[in-house]
Ligand binder design. Structure first.
Ligand SMILES: [Fe+2]
Length: 144
């Protein structure tokens, strides 16, 4: 169970880092397609933001405590922090790459949830994988 909790904490941190980056892109994207990009990043960050709560509450249901500080999140996240504002096209490819990191974290947690026969959690993780595959499709289709 410790292993599953650890994977769930990595997932929470990675998901949160992805959320923050998407919101950062939403704020700072520029260029002739600004309205579309601005709106697109908003749709993405809203979904990823909402998922954080479900992930954290599953950690509590497993009798663990959910991390919730910048320092713990940056230690555990598999997503590279984005400091500089970059061109819109790079934001999209960056988000596509990071979305894959979230899928990896979800898959790692799912494998252990199934091993421990945590069916409710496995369902939740499968739904999230499905949603992130759709995000991948949209991000890929936006790349030139
Ligand atoms: Fe906004």
């Amino acid at each position: 169970m410790e292993q599953l909790l650890e994977k769930m904490k990595v997932l929470l941190a990675t998901n949160f880092a992805f959320y923050l980056k998407l919101h950062f892109f939403h704020w700072n994207v520029t260029g002739p397609n600004f309205p579309q990009y601005h709106k697109f990043f908003e749709k993405l960050y809203e979904d990823v933001w909402e998922a954080s709560d479900g992930i954290a509450e599953h950690i509590r249901a497993l009798k663990g405590f959910a991390p919730g500080s910048f320092s713990r999140f940056s230690e555990m996240s598999t997503i590279k922090d984005q400091i500089d504002v970059i061109p819109a096209e790079q934001m999209i490819s960056n988000a596509y790459y990071d979305n894959d990191r979230v899928i990896e974290a979800l898959m790692a947690a799912l494998k252990l949830a199934e091993q421990y026969d945590e069916q409710g959690l496995a369902n939740f993780l499968q739904d999230r994988i499905d949603t992130h595959k759709k995000h991948a499709w949209m991000l890929r289709s936006t790349m030139s």
